[in-house]
Design a protein around this ligand. Sequence first.
Ligand code: ZN
Length: 121
Amino acid sequence: MPRRLAYKGGCRLTKRTPALDIIENAALQTQEELGYPEELLVTSINDSSHGTHSKHWRELAEDYRTKGPAKNDMGSTAKKQKFRKRFEENCGARFRVILEAIGTPNEHLHAQLKKGLEAYP
Ligand SMILES: [Zn+2]
C-alpha cells in the first residue's frame, strides 16, 4: 500500500518541528505495515480547541482521524487500538499516542511528545 498522508482544511501550523517529523513518519510507517487506512488524515496541529498547556500549541502534537470517510477510517475499535500501539512503538520511547473520545464524534488518535519533555530532540 502506498504511503498517503493529508491535512484537513483548517489544519494549521507555524513550523514543522522535528517532533512532527517523527510523528508523521511513524504514522506513515504504521500505515505501510498494517495496510490501513488508505489515507492518513491529520485533523489538527496548532489550531482548534486544546488545553492551555497542550503540546498542540508548540507543534509537538498531532491528531489523526480514526473514523469515516472510508479512505480515512481505521475500522473496528480493535484495529484502531492495534494502530495506536504500533504507531506509538514506531514513534519511539519519547512519544505517546492515545485513542481519545472512543465511540464519540470527536474520536481521534492524539500523538505527542511525552509529558515532561518540552522539546525534541
Ligand atoms: Zn490532540
